[in-house]
Design a protein around this ligand. Structure first.
Ligand SMILES: C[S@@+](CC[C@H](N)C(=O)[O-])C[C@H]1O[C@@H](n2cnc3c(N)ncnc32)[C@H](O)[C@@H]1O
Length: 234
């Protein structure tokens, strides 16, 4: 049986609620249909990983049992989060996305592999970053191929802005870092400036092995230049 994606759920944000959030929406609203298998995963698997019902502040180090925590902001199908969680069992991972099917894929795969170092947030990551997490507790924030919002009138929807950095910076441990990767030249230029203007971040370019997520592969197929930076908290 097929059901609409935005079924009423007491736990998960519905697209309309997400859109109504007070901050600027940085993602595309998605509407679609979900298979019965996925509906079951939404009810039975995702809650095992989801952090939204936990008492706050949430310390991901305690939750994952790992002192080095990486947040994958905009994880979509979870290529990067799952690869990190498997290849680096001593690292804790938080995969964040509003994309229901992607988070379900993460929950299914993490369950099949018995991963205990991975958690999810199905919803707007800005909520998590604003006041859910323990300050200075995250080692790395990965922003891989964020929605580029190429039209000038949509640039305000780009995730990386000084407002975002002000909030996200507080979550990083001293020595912690942001990783930012995109194939959109204009986004890279503006993000580079935004990170560089942040006085307590040291910005470097091309100092990181960018994983081959599906968006990365697509960028290469299109012959786009992939640019990356890291910005380390002093
Ligand atoms: C282009 S995709 C990212 C691709 C992925 N990181 C990769 O490299 O394969 C951008 C994702 O960010 C998510 N996103 C954007 N803003 C978000 C927000 N505020 N909270 C949660 N997810 C967000 C979108 O839903 C989308 O799935």
């Amino acid at each position: 049986m097929l059901v609409l994606l935005n079924v009423q759920s007491p736990i998960y944000p519905q697209p309309d609620e997400v859109v109504a959030h007070p901050h600027i929406r940085t993602f595309h609203a998605r509407h679609g249909r979900m298979s019965a298998r996925r509906e079951l995963a939404l009810e039975q698997l995702l809650p095992n990983f989801e952090i939204s019902e936990l008492p706050r502040p949430i310390d991901l180090r305690t939750l994952t049992g790992q002192s080095h925590v990486i947040v994958d902001f905009g994880s979509v199908m979870g290529n990067h989060s799952l690869a990190l969680a498997q290849t680096q069992p001593k690292v804790g991972i938080l995969a964040i996305d509003v994309h229901t099917v992607g988070l379900l894929a993460v929950a299914e795969e993490a369950t099949a592999l018995g991963l205990s170092n991975l958690r999810t947030h199905h919803g707007d990551g800005m909520d998590v970053f604003k006041d859910w997490l323990t300050p200075a507790s995250v080692s790395e924030i990965h922003i891989l191929f964020p929605d580029p919002w190429p039209k000038a009138r949509h640039h305000k929807r780009r995730l990386v802005s000084s407002a975002f950095l002000n909030i996200a910076f507080e979550l990083l441990k001293p020595g912690g870092k942001f990783i930012f990767v995109t194939d959109d030249e204009s986004y890279f230029a503006s993000a580079f400036e935004t990170f560089s203007d942040f006085k307590t971040l040291n910005v470097s370019q091309n100092d990181w092995d960018v994983p081959m997520t599906s968006y990365h592969q697509r960028a290469l197929r299109l012959d786009n230049t992939v640019s990356q930076l890291s910005a380390t908290k002093n």
